[in-house]
Design a protein around this ligand. Structure first.
Ligand code: G3H
Ligand code: ZN
Length: 292
């Protein structure tokens, strides 16, 4: 008799209970996905694949979903797809309609009331489609928008951080499965190292208990701080810029070393390896290796 593999919600709960975290990596193309799959297979780790609005438009939501689900089935991997940072109801609903395992509705820059009302609508829409879909909402906001390498130091203003009472109200009223509270990280990499407010993570985790807390902006954060954030209650960590940097550096080198090569999969072999190596580092950092 074979037992069913745990679904995404179950894996996230296991991570929270065991004080480790499920890694989330964004993808732009098949080479990136291939590197991530190889990393997940080699480390026996569950992973979430994210597509932002731009990445979703580039790849096609149904195509991205079909790829991830086919890989999950064929290779028996615990790999799931999340629509990352949907800034509108329309893109969140498009991902749910396409069959995504998870959706992140990010209206964190709106007033709390409006964020709650729209997030609640997404939770209802997802539930009507399938109770298996995990929905993430966001409170407080990250001051940098995209995966960039900034030349200047960036200060995170205190007012951008999630307040414990707002996080509690948000979760109670929306019934999201996952909450991304802004706790000091940045999207992209700044000239300075961001400071994760571990006390804040701890206080939010204590108040919310079973809600899965998500840390965005994993690139550029110190490993030791990420570990402390997980010990304080984070169960899902997002990485994008570090993977993009590994990808683009390897691609530039490959093109420079083989100026006459015209076969893309040959040029992309070192790119896949660079993505795999970086992803394995992050998987191990989060304690996700050997969990499936
Ligand atoms: O949602 C994606 C992430 O939060 C990525 O952040 O580019 O700083 O790793 P990062
Ligand atoms: Zn993010």
């Amino acid at each position: 008799m074979t037992s069913a593999k745990p679904n995404l919600k179950e894996i996230l709960s296991q991570a929270l209970a065991g004080r480790w975290a499920v890694p989330h990596f964004n993808i732009s193309d098949m080479a990136m996905l291939k590197g991530l799959i190889e990393a997940a297979a080699e480390t026996r780790a569950p992973i979430m694949i994210g597509t932002s609005e731009g990445e979703s438009d580039f790849l096609g939501r149904r195509a991205a979903m079909a790829l991830v689900k086919a890989i999950r089935k064929e290779l028996g991997l615990s790999i799931f797809i999340n629509a990352d940072h949907c800034h509108s109801m329309a893109t969140a609903k498009a991902a749910i309609d396409a069959g995504y395992d998870s959706v992140h509705i990010d209206l964190s820059k709106l007033p709390l009331e409006e964020n709650i009302a729209a997030t609640k609508e997404v939770v209802g829409y997802a539930l009507a489609k399938s109770p298996m879909i995990s929905v993430e909402g966001e409170v407080g906001y990250l001051v940098t928008d995209s995966s960039q390498v900034y030349k200047q130091a960036i200060t995170v203003p205190k007012e951008s951080l999630a307040k414990v009472e707002e996080a509690v109200r948000f979760v109670e009223e929306t019934a999201v499965d996952r909450l991304a509270p802004a706790v000091g990280t940045l999207h992209g990499i700044a000239a300075n190292v961001p400071n994760i407010d571990i006390e804040r993570v701890h206080a939010i985790s204590k108040a919310l208990r079973k809600t899965i807390l998500v840390l965005h902006g994993g690139s550029g954060a110190l490993d030791e701080q990420i570990k402390k954030a997980i010990a304080a209650g984070i169960a899902n960590v997002h990485f994008s810029t570090d993977i993009r940097l590994a990808y683009t550096a390897a691609l530039r080198q490959s093109l420079a070393e083989h100026p006459d090569e015209t076969t893309p999969y040959k040029l992309l072999a070192p790119v896949v390896l660079a993505v795999k190596t970086k992803a394995m580092e992050k998987i191990k950092l989060l304690g996700a290796a050997g969990r499936v």
